[in-house]
Design a protein around this ligand. Sequence first.
Ligand SMILES: [Mg+2]
Length: 144
Amino acid sequence: MSSNLKKEIAELFAGWFNDDLKYKIRTAEKIKHIQRICHGLALKSGWWKPEDTQDPKTFAVKLCLIHSEISEAMEGDRKGLKDDHLPQRDMREVELADAVIRIFDLAGAYDMDLGGAIVEKLTYNQQRADHKLENRAKEGGKAY
Ligand SMILES: [Mg+2]
């Protein structure tokens, strides 16, 4: 790991663990920015019709498409494949990117605050007793 990357990670964790609210809000806004890009590009490419979000099955169909990307990542990992479209990258990496792009697109279509939810959930998870290393090491603790 490069010293620049170590420094960057140290700064990230300092902002996070100091419970700096502004830092967390900025983090949520950055995530929201990525969500807007993913959904905006999907709209521009014609993947959404205006009435789609009125159909109660649309959300489920889009979730299945996210599952398909995860399954492709699993196959890429299982077979140690490179990606067809980005051969410089591992297939599992590109398929995970596809899944994240689809998740952000879906959240954007339903005007969700995924950035805020991620920051709140990360914050909550840090205080969960069942996520603490010492509790996970106990009999019956979460092994993974
Ligand atoms: Mg894919």
